[in-house]
Ligand binder design. Structure first.
Ligand SMILES: [Zn+2]
Length: 66
């Protein structure tokens, strides 16, 4: 599970920003990056529900490709 990464906004490091739920000031121009759950837990910036949502979506896409 630790190798699973969550897509987050580069500027605020929040998945909720990238998902468009709570966009930061730089969201329009900001790039995205991948962070592990461990890294995000240490930052403790948002509700883990957003990471779960991102991971669930990725697992679903992966399953569809197979
Ligand atoms: Zn952001």
């Amino acid at each position: 599970m630790s190798e699973v990464t969550v897509t987050v906004c580069v500027e605020c490091l929040r998945a909720c920003c990238w998902q468009g739920e709570f966009m930061c000031d730089k969201a329009r121009t900001a790039d995205i990056t991948e962070k592990t759950i461990k890294e995000l837990s240490e930052l403790n910036l948002e509700n883990p529900e957003y990471w779960k949502k991102d991971i669930d979506m990725k697992l679903r896409l992966r399953a569809e490709r197979c």
